[in-house]
Design a protein around this ligand. Structure first.
Ligand code: MG
Ligand code: MG
Length: 247
């Protein structure tokens, strides 16, 4: 994994800003009664108007600009005419490509008033992301991040689907290395200033086993327990990290 040049980072900051604009809008408009297709339309419009392209649209055949994953859907939910109901939770994953460079970020939103169970899972998953990020700095090893996420999830009786990971990111949406959400610390590449990665714990309230539906994309929990997903694209700095996918 090579460090990005200052010019590359400038483009990734802009891609990240556009992704963050989409999330800002999602937070505003997600409410009971809206369809996931409507969310996708709004997201695509924001990305295009900002002079970028949706990273996910047509990626390996994916048919939309966002992944919209409701309740027991972990990741890769396809937007459709499903209407969101009070009490649902929805994970929105979105990527934008600006002048050849990508930003990628996921966030889970409550739909109206949600149960204590949903609130707790969302909080745990968000904390898992920031526990992982707290280990990101020049001189650390990649799996220091993985280990921090994994131990935090264990302590909070949650699980993660082991086959899905974060990733390097840059001129490709998914670059090496994989950023696992569990495992031993002190392994993998040495982190250096200017490296860019997407850290993204997928967090399940129940068991870690998942299945892919017949559409070939939608990943659901086998035990139908709830799942949440938080992701930021970051750049490694000397004393920590900078989040690229925020305003
Ligand atoms: Mg993503
Ligand atoms: Mg990602």
């Amino acid at each position: 994994m090579k460090s990005k040049t200052p010019e590359e980072l400038r483009l990734m900051r802009e891609a990240g800003r556009i992704v963050a604009l989409v999330h800002q809008k999602m937070a505003e408009i997600i409410q009971p009664g809206i369809t996931t297709k409507a969310l996708d339309d709004v997201a695509r419009q924001i990305i295009l108007e900002a002079g970028a392209t949706p990273s996910f649209l047509n990626y390996q055949g994916f048919p939309a600009s966002i992944c919209a994953s409701v309740n027991d859907v972990v990741i890769h939910g396809i937007p459709d005419h499903r209407v969101l109901n009070e009490g649902d939770m929805i994970s929105i994953d979105v990527g934008a490509c600006y002048k050849g460079y990508h930003g990628d970020s996921a966030w889970t939103y409550a739909v109206g008033k949600v149960s204590r169970e949903v609130q707790t899972l969302m909080e745990t998953a968000k904390q898992a992301l920031f526990q992982g990020l707290s280990k990101a700095r020049a001189g650390a090893r990649l799996t220091d991040i993985s280990h921090a996420i994994g131990t935090y999830l264990e302590e909070n009786n949650c699980s993660t689907p082991e086959q899905y990971t974060g990733h390097g990111i840059g001129s490709h949406l998914h670059e090496k290395p994989a950023v696992f959400n569990y495992g031993l610390q002190g392994r993998g590449p040495l982190l250096k200033k200017g490296m860019t990665i997407a850290v993204e714990p997928m967090v399940i309230a129940g068991k870690r086993q998942v299945d892919t539906l017949q559409d070939g994309w939608t990943v659901v929990t086998r035990d139908h327990s709830l799942a949440a997903h938080y992701e930021h694209t970051i750049v490694i700095t000397d004393d920590g990290y900078e989040i690229l996918t925020q305003l």
